[in-house]
Design a protein. Sequence first.
Length: 530
Amino acid sequence: MTAGLVAHDVFCLYPTPRGHVAALRGLTLEVAAGERVVVHGPNGSGKTTLLRVLAGEVAPSAGNVRVAGVDLVGAEPAERTWLRSRQLGLVDQHHARTLRPELDVRDNVALQLRLAGLAAAAARDRAMESLESLGLAHLADRRPPTLSGGEAQRVAVCAALAHGPTLVLADEPTGELDHVAADAVYDLLVEATTALGAALLLVSHDIRAGRVADRVVRIRDGRLSEEWTPGSAGSETLVVDDRGWLRLPESLRTGTGVGAGSTTGVHAEADGGRIVLTGRARHAPVAPRVEAEGLARGGSELLESHRPDEPAKPGRARRGSTVAELVDVSVSRGGRDLLTELSLAVGAGRLTVVQGPSGSGKTTLLRLLTGLERPDQGVVRIAGTDLVGLSRPQLAGIRKANLTVAGQSGSLLETLDVRDNLELVRDARGLPPDPELIERWIEALGLAPLRHRHVRVLSGGERQRVAVARALAVDPALTVMDEPTSQQDEANAERLVAVLVAAAERGMAVVAATHDPVLVAAADHVVTLA
């Protein structure tokens, strides 16, 4: 089979005020035409940078990259534009980056075709054909805000593939979906790429993504470290590149006794021109998943090792007292009833989790609590103040005084480093500097090595943790978070859950919408939406 992409010995360096950061460090990967490859790896391992290099958005610092016949090293801007508009299908984790809310579904798909060079009438006709072929024609006249998360993401997949690309790059396309909706997106990606004969490179933390793959690879420290074939028990192999570089997973390194200055238990041999270890590596996360009950208050090592050690903030509301509430709230959008006569009391010092399938109204509930959306009926109160009827400036004042938000996009200032983002939010709220508190949240969320790194060079998971740290840095009475673990690898997801539990221990009211069962299990109160 011919190659859909070839990346050989690729380096990608990002400049920072304190030197360059190497996101890719000699990565080599080949994907055949029509092959489906899933990429796993911890936060900051280089997965998103790899996709940006392959899409021609970031130039490699060294190495060779050829995608769909285009040599990206030294390619002219016109060649890169042609590649993205004609040969690549790009699927983002956030469908809002792909779909325009003011256009209906059919015109959203047609817009992608227009960008590929089709005339308006032909694009609309082709868009309808694409929707029909993928079983989405019934959504053609709907607008994205009226769709569930799963429906919107499937439409985004349709839009990304409507022009018939030869390679599809998907970055965490199911990160914010429940299992049922995620499976529908995986199935659609398989169906669509198979029909086109297109290759698929899918980056995901979801181990279930492997079911759609011909091959699964793992990236660590900017290089390929392991690969395996789904369904073949014990088939994982460690990769040694053509220069002899080997990166051992922590589980295998400790299991074989390999440490600094030691090669105990390691033996490599040639296999068809490729070097592999004679011992097979077990496919396991870097850190074992902590049992949900291990996150219970007052006991787990994980909680104790990541919790800032101050007592609850002086003057904080008594634990369990109501900080915010919804009373008989109903919301309808696009003819759909999202919430019906819902009541909820959010208590100080408690972690409240909202769960439910995609499209059940989780994000709407959070927007109501923050005054960013108004109910059709019912009452919303924060700190005893009824938000219904308040002006926008009054609502902004309530938010500034009482709460913080960490949304799915986690808007951060790209030109500032991690620490400056946290200091800025305190300054913007008129709060005095508190370097010790900021440093403790940075440490707790595993961001210490990144504290002086510009946000623009961070991975999606690292940015998400910075957004959480920023929300906690002002010590709010109420903090509201939408899918806070959606972009985290397993170890960092556990760390983040422990931090949210710790924030509640400090007396904050913490509300989080999630599909993560570990976060649900750690909650004091769980709200389940149908």
